[in-house]
Ligand binder design. Structure first.
Ligand SMILES: Nc1ncnc2c1ncn2[C@@H]1O[C@H](COP(=O)(O)OS(=O)(=O)O)[C@@H](OP(=O)(O)O)[C@H]1O
Ligand SMILES: [Mg+2]
Ligand SMILES: [Mg+2]
Ligand SMILES: [Mg+2]
Length: 392
């Protein structure tokens, strides 16, 4: 049967808890995906000057700030300007006089995106936001909010490196309540509904050109995944696109983790950059448990999406000693995998702790997400067995 035939209209919205939050968050992420697709296309075609380096040398682009502004604006329209949002970006680099051109580009991008709000069933602003309003929306997302009992957490563009390289990236929005993610939405603008698009080796640029050259293929370009806590279900929607082609409400299909529990058949994902996770440690570990497939190295939380969708079975990340993982890099993905039937813990088998501020405090060694409990136990055991002889 064609996959599209299995779509169910809006099933996840019918459920009780957090239904308003799900509606708003999913729509905001769809809008953000559209924004990012436009900016990424421009970046690739113009080799734009709008990629900047932060203090830690990591990249930030007009898409990161613009997505943070629009999600913040949409959430504060829905929940009032006191809504608590914790997000990655700040306005420092945008606020000084030398950044006038950059700020102008962000304001233009934000207004272009908000003008599309009605297509997603949301009300946009009556008049365009000015620079002050955009800066306010971005800076409303303060890290201090991460200690409250209920707050949103946003990574406007996760995998910015993948984004600027024309590859995979994600938009991640979660709601944390009493230290636990209760709602997660992952926008994956370059991860289509059909699995085969993930199995690339030489970057995404080549695939993008294939997609844009064919109308039928270009209709399946990205996806948005979401789940709410306790539902035992996770969902995926196709990205809506095209000038007049889309109509809200969108349809959703239930997703489920893979049933493979034999390491010899399993595929594991890990970050692309060695600097973000030790490839040599995971290679040794993969060998020791009998993983035969090559690792799937993918930028961003698309790795969490791949596990939740059943396209891969294991995700491992072992950052260098001293690096502290941030809550926005994991919250949405963890909940979506759990609700799709998977298991996510640190390497000591403990759940990730979202209650201690902007970092995952107390994280034991690394993060391990698996499609099922059996694989998870195997990997945890293998980490213990090989940790002391590793140089991590
Ligand atoms: N040194 C180091 N170690 C581990 N992790 C780090 C490190 N530096 C940054 N980050 C965070 O990693 C986020 C990107 O993770 P990825 O899994 O996408 O990595 S990779 O780009 O595929 O290598 C990335 O998220 P974004 O900044 O949103 O792209 C960072 O929050
Ligand atoms: Mg990130
Ligand atoms: Mg980011
Ligand atoms: Mg970043």
């Amino acid at each position: 049967m064609d996959e599209d035939c299995k779509l169910e209209v809006n099933s996840a919205y019918i459920s009780d808890g957090y239904s308003k939050e799900v509606e708003i968050a999913v729509r905001a992420v769809h809008m953000a995906c559209l924004l990012c697709q436009r900016v990424q296309e421009n970046l690739l075609s113009e080799s734009s000057e709008h990629v900047h380096s932060k203090e830690d040398d990591s990249p930030v682009t007009i898409a990161d700030w613009s997505v943070q502004a629009i999600v913040s604006w949409v959430l504060s329209e829905a929940y009032g300007s006191n809504v608590s949002i914790v997000a990655e970006e700040d306005v420092e680099a945008l606020s000084n006089a030398s950044a006038a051109g950059l700020l102008e580009a962000v304001v233009r991008t934000v207004n272009e995106c908000l003008a599309d709000a009605p297509r997603f069933g949301l009300k946009g602003p009556d008049t365009d936001l000015d620079a002050k309003a955009v800066l306010e929306a971005i800076s409303r997302c303060s890290l201090a909010g991460a200690r409250g009992s209920k707050f949103w957490v946003l990574d406007p563009v996760d995998g910015t490196l993948g984004f600027v390289r024309g590859d995979q990236y994600a938009i991640a929005l979660a709601l944390i309540e009493d230290g636990e993610p209760v709602l997660g939405v992952l926008g994956c603008p370059n991860y289509p509904m059909k699995k085969e698009w993930l199995s690339y080796q030489n970057g995404y640029r080549r695939i993008l050109s294939r997609l844009t050259s064919s109308t039928s293929e270009s209709s399946d370009r990205g996806s948005v995944l979401y789940a709410r806590k306790g539902g035992g279900k996770a969902w995926m929607q196709p990205l809506l696109h095209g000038e007049n082609k889309f109509v809200w409400p969108n349809s959703a299909r239930e997703i489920r983790v893979s049933s493979i529990d034999n390491p010899a058949l399993a595929t594991f994902c890990e970050p692309v950059e060695k600097a973000n996770s030790s490839h040599s440690f995971t290679a040794g570990l993969a060998h020791s448990v009998g993983l035969r497939n090559q690792p799937l190295r993918v930028y961003s939380m698309v790795k969490y999406a791949a596990i939740a969708r059943g396209d891969a079975e294991i995700y491992m990340k072992f950052a260098r000693a001293g690096y502290k993982e941030k809550i926005w890099d994991h919250a949405a993905g963890v909940l979506i995998i759990e609700e799709a039937g998977g298991v996510v813990t640190d390497a000591g088998g403990q759940p990730l702790d979202f209650s201690k501020g902007e970092y995952l405090e107390g994280l034991d060694r690394g993060i391990i997400a698996c499609a099922g409990a059996k694989l998870h136990e195997t990997i945890i055991g293998a980490v213990d067995a090989s940790w002391n002889s590793s140089s991590l």
